[in-house]
Write a protein that binds this ligand. Sequence first.
Ligand SMILES: Cc1cc2nc3c(=O)[nH]c(=O)nc-3n(C[C@H](O)[C@H](O)[C@H](O)COP(=O)(O)OP(=O)(O)OC[C@H]3O[C@@H](n4cnc5c(N)ncnc54)[C@H](O)[C@@H]3O)c2cc1C
Length: 383
Amino acid sequence: MREVTVVGAGPAGLVAAMTLARAGWRPVVYEKNPQVGGRFAGDFQGLENWSTREDVMSWLANLGLVVNFDAGPFSEVSFYGPDGRVRRFESERPMFYLVRRGDVPGSLDRGLLAQALEAGVEIRFGSALKEVRGPAIIATGPRYGDGICVGYTFATDLPDQAHCILSDRLAPLGYSYLLIRKGHGTLVSCQFARLKEWKRHLEHTVEAFRRLVPKLDLKGARFFSGYGNVFVPPRLVHGERLYVGEAAGLQDALWGFGLRYALASGYLAAKSLIAGVDYEALVRKFLLGRLRVGMENRALLELSHALLGERIYGWLLDRVTSRPDPMAYLRKHHAPLLWKRLLWPVTRLGMRFRSHYRDARCFHPDCGCVWCACGRSAETCAG
Ligand SMILES: Cc1cc2nc3c(=O)[nH]c(=O)nc-3n(C[C@H](O)[C@H](O)[C@H](O)COP(=O)(O)OP(=O)(O)OC[C@H]3O[C@@H](n4cnc5c(N)ncnc54)[C@H](O)[C@@H]3O)c2cc1C
């Protein structure tokens, strides 16, 4: 029975571990927090349903996952631009499924944990690994904040609903959202620029949603925050270590929908070990094209914002919501397109100028740092 160390019990690490255990391997997961979902506060996240023709629920089944967590389909979302005008998004198939994150009943994290334990995975909670030797999957999540999310979770009597605002006053180059399902609410400002002013943006977000939803009660509101990291991974394999999820920079650069990248890369890493095939080749085949499109889309958004200012948000929302099939339109723009591929060299260069988009791993064969934050080059890292 082959032993593998998995560092991090987030979605990427847990899927990798359960896939290995089901194939007869012995994965041991180390998680620095005393429970799963320690980065999250019971807040809602969306399992996006637009990037593949296949519904995300059957996509999960193809990864061997059972939906033993609460997943609420949302086919109607109210979008608003900086002008405050509402644009309704309505589609036949759900735009996303809302899942809760953190160590709360019905959460995605608890669901994945149950499936991992059932597969026979050993999990060592409260164990922060700094170094690792031998075969390992590194699933430690983001290192830097390319974008931050700040907001509140709360209880509410309001019916299920979803709202999203694109406005620099509330969330520069990002978006603010209000999600309510089954008496739980999440209100967030997700910011990609002017991060130091996050408090003011959050205040504006609360004010804006109070205006839009006058009965918004925010009962027992609890503050939470988080961040996301995306970069072009030069390599995903470092000696015997395979990097997955956000630890590998695998994240949606446009809006931060990283869950599917985490689940898919965890699965692919495990499959590569089981079948003895090249993990990087699998990621190139199944994930890299979309990762680049996310970066190209963000570069296009930021470029058009620099030229047109906030007007770009209303234009974008009108374009998506006026389509007869908005989901097909979204899917098209999340798939690799030839003209966007031509933008890739420029996008890549632009990313390099942002220090946090750089991958600082040294790739020294003997370096054991889990995050490889030694900051030295392969030539100077002592290993
Ligand atoms: C507020 C917020 C909202 C989001 N909303 C969405 C959304 O709506 N849809 C979507 O698709 N994505 C969303 N995302 C992104 C999504 O949460 C992440 O992309 C996803 O969780 C990444 O999974 P992961 O397994 O790679 O990392 P993580 O979920 O970060 O898990 C990493 C785990 O590793 C552990 N760890 C770290 N270092 C060590 C160590 N040295 N030793 C042991 N354990 C360690 C951590 O404690 C953590 O449990 C959101 C992110 C945030 C912050």
